[in-house]
Ligand binder design. Structure first.
Ligand SMILES: Cc1cc2nc3c(=O)[nH]c(=O)nc-3n(C[C@H](O)[C@H](O)[C@H](O)COP(=O)(O)OP(=O)(O)OC[C@H]3O[C@@H](n4cnc5c(N)ncnc54)[C@H](O)[C@@H]3O)c2cc1C
Length: 107
């Protein structure tokens, strides 16, 4: 069996899909690959990257916001950070904070 790099990642995945699901699985309509290794923004990871280990209050500072600005992201979530669930939690939390600050009543 040839090494993955020689066959290409698409070939390898197709081969494994066919082995698991049958020949129909070879009928792939599209194939997209993203190599995060050299991505300047992700720095090789799909979640947050700690670049300053001493900044232990960074998340608290961001969660607090500045003036009327509030941040909400999965990485700032107190629940399931790094997951979609965390993003939803952070969004709801930030929205609740803004609503309270604006004096809105629960609806
Ligand atoms: C490959 C991969 C696989 C994953 N798998 C899973 C999984 O199986 N399960 C799971 O729960 N989570 C998974 N995640 C994580 C999940 O996708 C994220 O945690 C979630 O999408 C974060 O949501 P968010 O709203 O915080 O940020 P994002 O979804 O990143 O949204 C931020 C948005 O802001 C936009 N933006 C950025 N800068 C600007 C700007 N200057 N002006 C305007 N817009 C801007 C971006 O375009 C983006 O649309 C995965 C992530 C990746 C990358």
């Amino acid at each position: 069996m040839a090494r993955p790099a020689a066959r290409g990642i698409a070939g390898l995945i197709t081969e494994r899909l066919v082995a698991a699901l049958g020949q129909e699985a070879a009928d792939i309509r599209g194939f997209s690959v993203r190599d995060w290794t050299d991505d300047a923004w992700s720095d090789g990871a799909y979640s947050d990257v700690i670049v300053k280990p001493g900044a232990i209050d960074a998340e608290d500072v961001l969660r607090k916001g500045l003036g009327p600005v509030r941040f909400a992201s999965s990485e700032l979530s107190l629940s399931y950070p790094g997951y979609v669930e965390g993003a939803i939690w952070a969004g709801k939390s930030a929205a609740r904070t803004v609503a309270i600050e604006l004096g809105a009543t629960a609806g």
